[in-house]
Ligand binder design. Structure first.
Ligand SMILES: [Zn+2]
Length: 217
């Protein structure tokens, strides 16, 4: 598939809306607990979030820089590996808050989802996530499909904005994908790997999602 050249060098502030920012923060707080969350917010130099998280509206919320500050704070406190593990878990935890916040987009599908084959349900799950990010944030996502895998491509990524790293760093998105597909497939797990990351110098952040589940309940 063809993807656009990333436009990470834009000067205006790219943001996630308050509603999505709030979901990120609630999920991270779930994983860390209040005290550790406080340490992360202070390390990330985001004291305004110590008092309260953003409201659940669509006004501009966290900038991409601030989201990256959070991930860098996680890695400085827990180490690179530990920090990315926390980000991955936070991504998983985002799902339940996402369902609360964006349930309308998904709820309609619940009845139809039951009668669809699992592959189609997975594709719908990916499309719904794409739609949410593209419609409400400056994160640009494309979804594609090969013979054995789906691809979920962040052409403009707010999770590694202007970061430089040796390997893929967008662990929160991987966690969110994992949990979304677990739910939509009714209990199956899919191998998800970020095979390209803008932080590593790649043209986009690409997540490969194997079509054959690794396990099921
Ligand atoms: Zn990335």
């Amino acid at each position: 598939m063809s993807v656009a050249v990333p436009v990470q060098a834009e000067s205006r502030n790219c943001t996630f809306p308050n509603k999505i920012s709030r979901i990120f923060l609630l999920a991270l707080n779930d994983v860390l607990g209040d005290n550790n969350m406080l340490a992360v917010l202070n390390t990330a130099r985001l004291p305004r979030l110590v008092e309260e998280f953003p409201p659940a509206n669509f006004e501009p919320g966290l900038t991409f820089e601030e989201v990256v500050d959070l991930f860098e704070a996680l890695e400085s406190i827990y180490g690179q590996r530990g920090g990315r593990k926390v980000a991955h878990q936070a991504g998983q935890a985002c799902f339940k808050y996402g369902i609360e916040g964006f349930g309308g987009l998904i709820g309609f599908a619940d009845f139809f989802l039951r009668i669809l084959p699992v592959g189609m349900r997975v594709r719908i799950g990916l499309e719904v996530l794409r739609e949410i990010f593209n419609r409400y944030s400056d994160q640009h996502i494309a979804v594609g499909e090969g013979e054995s895998a789906y691809v979920f491509v962040s052409e403009q990524c707010g999770m590694c904005w202007q970061r430089h790293a040796d390997g893929p760093v967008c662990a929160l998105m991987a966690g969110l994908l994992e949990e979304t597909l677990y739910w939509i497939s009714r209990g199956q797990r899919f191998a998800i790997e970020e095979t390209a990351c803008i932080a590593r110098g790649d043209p986009n952040c690409t997540f490969y999602i194997q079509k054959t589940p690794t396990s099921s309940q």
